[in-house]
Design a protein around this ligand. Structure first.
Ligand code: AHR
Length: 336
């Protein structure tokens, strides 16, 4: 995998990296416009979204659509319904339509080289948003606009220390992990970051006793947590890779007659409104934020790429962590 920590922080010349010059292209039949791009044609951006699996994803989609509108771009948007083959078809269709720039959030990390080579051959720059890909050929995409998922995993482990301390939990900790979509960057990297801290600082006390994918969905979280509780009724902690799976798990915990946030301490990632509601009700103990509002940054990068400017290889999102006692105050200000 193109390790996120190995991304170059130095600016990379977009034209050099892609073999492109900032030439104007067909606008895909949307009609000319003097806005969005400083040239005499609207920029046409083809965007392939992962799906609509979570509250985070809905907020991300809204952010991309509204930012594209604001920037005056012609956005061609498709929802891949969590299927890689749908994303590959969408990207091929954007290539055939000769869009100016392609952006996508890859559902999984592997299997992109062939289609990205086709985009490169067509001289269409590709920008990754949210999630990364695994490739040996760094020239296949210009940049990644998104979070540091490994660090989110580390932050989840660090905030769990505070949660355990606040709950007065001492000694052994049996942890259940609800993983995101198998093969997806946030699932791989959040698990990795969490384990890194666990192995380095809590090797003797913390143990992940069960870990399985809930596919980043509420239904998945509920179903898998119900099975966890059957096989491991004495779980102390749930680490869910997103709020939606955590909320689904809360339903399963309550159905099993236990109190989420008390009998089972819960740490999730994302920070969507529903997560904050659950946290203000005392059912989630802490949330590691993953910001979905990537639209404005993405549109800026698209513009820079079109202008032949330079961008960093990884444009990281700024994020915070929240403990339960901050939930009520933070809730009214949550934007998604
Ligand atoms: O890639 C970001 C992750 O994808 C979010 O954490 C999750 O909610 C979404 O489905």
């Amino acid at each position: 995998m193109l390790n996120r920590r190995n991304f170059l922080t130095a600016a990379v010349g977009v034209a050099a990296a892609t073999g492109l010059t900032a030439c104007a292209k067909d606008d895909g039949g949307s009609g000319g416009s003097s806005s969005g791009g400083g040239g005499d044609k609207k920029i046409t951006l083809g965007f392939s979204q992962v799906g609509s699996e979570s509250g985070w994803r809905s907020a991300n989609t809204d952010s991309i659509k509204s930012a594209a509108k604001e920037a005056g771009y012609n956005l061609k948007f498709s929802d891949a319904q969590q299927k890689q083959e749908n994303q590959i078809s969408a990207i091929r269709s954007y290539i055939a339509q000769k869009v100016d720039v392609i952006a996508f959030s890859p559902v999984v990390v592997t299997g992109w080289d062939a289609v990205l080579k086709e985009a490169k051959a067509a001289k269409i720059p590709v920008i990754l948003t949210d999630r990364s890909v695994e490739t040996k050929d760094e020239s296949l995409f210009v940049t990644l606009v998104g979070s540091d998922f490994t660090d989110e995993g580390r932050r989840a482990a660090k905030i769990l220390e505070k949660v355990l301390e606040k709950a007065g939990h001492k000694g052994k900790v049996k942890i259940a992990q609800l993983e995101g979509t198998t093969g997806a960057a946030p699932a791989i990297e959040r698990a990795k970051g969490f384990k890194e801290v666990m192995d380095a600082e809590h090797k003797d006390d913390w143990k992940i006793v069960v870990s399985q994918t809930g596919d980043f969905t509420r239904a998945g979280g509920k179903q898998v947590m119900a099975a966890f509780l059957q096989s491991n009724p004495d779980i102390d902690v749930l680490f869910a890779h997103n709020d939606d799976m955590g909320i689904g798990a809360i339903q399963a915990i309550e159905a099993a007659g236990k109190k989420p946030g008390k009998d089972i301490l819960i740490v999730t990632v994302d920070g969507v409104k529903d997560g904050f509601v659950a946290m203000s009700e005392g059912k989630i103990n802490a949330i590691v934020e993953c910001n979905p509002l990537l639209g404005p940054q993405l549109m800026e990068v698209v513009q820079t790429v079109k202008d032949g400017g330079t961008v960093d290889r990884w444009i990281k999102t700024k994020e915070s962590d929240f403990m339960q006692d901050q939930a009520k105050d933070a809730l009214p200000t949550r934007k998604y």
